[in-house]
Design a protein around this ligand. Sequence first.
Ligand code: PAF
Length: 295
Amino acid sequence: MQTVRNRKTSKPGATQTETVRDVATLRAKVREWRLNGESIGLIPTMGALHEGHLALVKAAMRTCDRVVATIFVNPTQFAPSEDFESYPRDEADDIAKLNALSTDLAFMPNVDEMYADGFSTSVSVSGLTEGLCGADRPHFFGGVATVVTKLLLQSLPDRAYFGEKDYQQLQVVRRMARDLDIPVSIVGVPTIREADGLAMSSRNWYLSPDERAVAPALYKTLLEIAENIDRDGPCGKAIDAGSTALAAAGFGPIDYISVCDAETLEPLERVDRPARVLAAAYLGRTRLIDNVAAG
Ligand code: PAF
C-alpha cells in the first residue's frame, strides 16, 4: 500500500531532517518518494540560512509532499578575489533551522562530490547574463547555471524555489530550465525583508553596525525610483536622483541602477510594460543588491 504523507497536516518539527552528502543516496531517497506518488520541492542554497531561505522552504511545503534543501557553497560562482573562503558557514545552525520546519532532507555535498576530478562542463546562458550583475561579476552566472543544472538533475524535483531578491539569477534559472527542457517548474518567491526594509541576505552579516544602519537606504531608494518614473516618460531622471541619494547615504561605488523589462531584463528607457528597478552597490566592502517592481 502507498503511504502518501499529507504535508499540510504534518506538524512543524514532526519530521527529523535527514542529512545526505552524496548523490547516490539523494537519488535513492527521491526514487523512494516517487514510487510513493509524492511530489518533490527543491530549495538550492549556499547555507547561512535566514528567514528569506526559510520562506522558500515554507513555500515548497505548501505545495510539495517532500522538501529537499541543498547547502553547498559553490566555488565556481566566486571569482578568486571574492569571498568564497570567508562566506558564512554554520552547518549545525542550518540543520537546526531546517529541522524546526520538518524539512525532509538536507543535501550537503562537498566540493569533490559536485566537481569530480577532470570536471569540464559548464552551462552558459547568453544575453540575460551579460548586463547588471553579469557585467561586474562575469564568472557568476555560469557558475550558478552549472551548479543549479546539476542540482536539478541530481534530485529531479517537480518544483524548485528561488528568491526574487536575486532577480537576475531567478530569470537566468528560468531561461536555463526552459532552454534545456529540464522538467521542473521554477517558482519565484517574494523577497523577505527586515523590519526596516533591508532585504535579507547572508552577506548582511558582513555589515558593521554603522553600515547596517545605512543599508535600508537601498530599498528606500529603489522604491523612490519606481515611484518617480513617469508613466511612459524617460527613466533617466529618476535613476540619476536615486544614484545621488544612494551616494549621499554612503553607498559607493554603485555598480548599477537600472530599469529593465521584468522578464528579459532588457534595459528600458520608458516603462511601457512590466518592469523591475534593480541595483547593486557597495556599502564599505559589502556588495548589496536589491530590486522592486515598477510599472
Ligand atoms: O542564491 C544562491 O544561494 C546560489 O546562487 C545558488 C542558487 C544556491 C547556487 O549556488
